[in-house]
Design a protein around this ligand. Structure first.
Ligand SMILES: *Cc1c(COP(=O)(O)O)cnc(C)c1O
Length: 427
């Protein structure tokens, strides 16, 4: 299987190349040249998730040297729970937060890290990643102390939760945590600027593990596919998902799973006040706005990178409108929903997950929906505690990271500051 750029169907690269390049050289994002149809109907019904993932991803790895390692990569990346809780007759919740840093980002970050480790090369890489909160910790945890890999995590100063920040800054060694005086979009712009800069091109092999890297998106198709398959086995019908979205990577993976023929019916996007998709659906063009800060900070994205990938599935505004639905939740909606869910189901949800529950209220009551829970509520105790008037304890895995000594550097959102910092930190 080859991979092409969203901006040029004539640039072909192999999977290993796409993983190592991150971004296509024309600035577009890599997508598979075609989506294989997955024959889920002939699977044995007791197939465990990691094995299922191997079967789903095999066609993408065909004729790539990594294909012999796919089994091991899936086994080592997807070694935590994937519970789908039934809440009542018409509502279920898919918990994607049982990885080491408690958000769905662990699936993609661990998979990408395991792929890069297995690519045979003597190059030494620098992974540069911009984070709106959860990517940074997942990437730092996945790449910490991996040989020949330097990691730079850029996060917007003061705009992520304290526990998220601690999960990024507690590593050190080959992980350089950088607080940027700006927004997430500024961080993302810095990454793109470094890619285009000759000093960086000459001095290291720059890579990114933002969801612009195809190595993040492919593994994310596996949990939607697996859960939809399980759902079909149990109920004999297609699953409907509601996915909290910011940079549009996670929900794009859900659309890809559907495209591969998995039993998925509706896919609904829920957003916070940075409702880029809703605005696109209304006006047919992307808004040109900075992100605004909300309680669902990992979705504070004004220019979602993966929009290009989602749009590439349809290629006309009309077609896009027929297939994509989006709902916007304000901070007040998020607060109300967290309270409502606490009293209705006696459970805590994170502010991002709350946007999915908010969207649910606008959809047909007697249609069954799976709300996607993207992070563990304990990562957002600063938002949740004043709402529920209770302490939100950290689970053990998080507590261990909270006990480590944090360290970070600080820069203005300027490429020369970043370059200087890199030279000092990794000298
Ligand atoms: C990253 C993230 C999102 C948004 O996912 P995208 O792939 O950027 O759309 C939603 N919720 C949480 C908790 C996240 O960490």
């Amino acid at each position: 299987m080859n991979f092409i750029s969203t901006r040029n169907k004539n640039t072909f690269v192999t999977l290993s190349e796409a993983l190592q390049n991150g971004l296509a050289c024309d600035g577009g994002l890599y997508v598979p040249e075609a989506f294989p149809t997955f024959d889920w109907q002939s699977l044995t019904t007791d197939l465990p998730y990691a094995k299922f993932a191997v079967k789903l991803l095999e066609p993408f790895f065909a004729d790539d040297p990594l294909k012999d390692k796919l089994d091991q990569i899936c086994k080592e990346s997807f070694n935590f729970d994937l519970p789908c809780l039934r809440l009542d007759q018409y509502n279920a919740m898919l918990e994607l937060f049982h990885g080491p840093t408690l958000s769905f980002k662990d699936f993609g970050a661990r998979f990408l890290s395991n792929c890069l480790i297995h690519i045979e090369t003597d190059k030494s890489f620098t992974i540069m990643v911009a984070t709106s909160g959860d990517t940074g910790s997942a990437v730092a945890s996945a790449f910490y102390q991996k040989p020949k890999i330097k990691v730079i995590v850029l996060f917007p100063k003061g705009k992520i939760s304290l526990r998220q920040q601690q999960q990024i800054t507690c590593w050190q060694d080959n992980v350089c945590a950088v607080s940027v005086k700006g927004t997430f979009d500024d961080c993302q712009t810095l990454v793109k600027a470094a890619f285009a800069d000759s000093w960086w091109q000459q001095n290291t092999y720059l890579n990114t593990s933002n969801s612009i890297n195809i190595g993040r998106l492919l593994p994310q198709t596996t949990y939607y596919a697996y859960v939809a398959w399980q759902y079909y086995l149990e109920y004999g019908k297609k699953a409907n998902f509601i996915v909290p979205s910011g940079n549009i990577g996670n929900v794009c993976a859900c659309f890809w799973a559907k495209k591969m023929g998995l039993p998925i019916n509706e896919i609904i996007i829920s957003q916070n006040e940075n409702n880029v998709i809703g605005q696109f659906l209304a006006h047919g063009i992307l808004p040109n706005k900075h992100s605004i800060q909300t309680f669902a900070n990992a979705m504070d994205v004004g220019k979602p990178s993966n929009f290009e990938r989602l749009y590439a599935l349809y290629n006309s505004v009309e077609d896009f409108r027929k297939n994509v639905k989006a709902f916007k939740a304000t901070d007040q909606d998020i607060v109300n929903m967290i309270k409502a869910i606490e009293s209705k189901y006696h459970m805590l949800i994170c502010p991002h997950t709350a946007t999915a529950f908010f969207a649910r209220a606008y959809l047909p009551k007697n249609q069954d929906f799976i709300m996607v829970a993207t992070a563990h509520p304990a990562k957002f105790e600063q938002v949740l505690e004043p709402i529920i008037n209770k302490e939100v304890p950290a689970p053990k895995a998080l507590q261990e990271l909270l006990n480590r000594k944090p360290h970070n550097e600080e820069i203005m959102p300027k490429l020369e500051d970043l370059t200087h910092l890199y030279q000092m930190y990794f000298k």
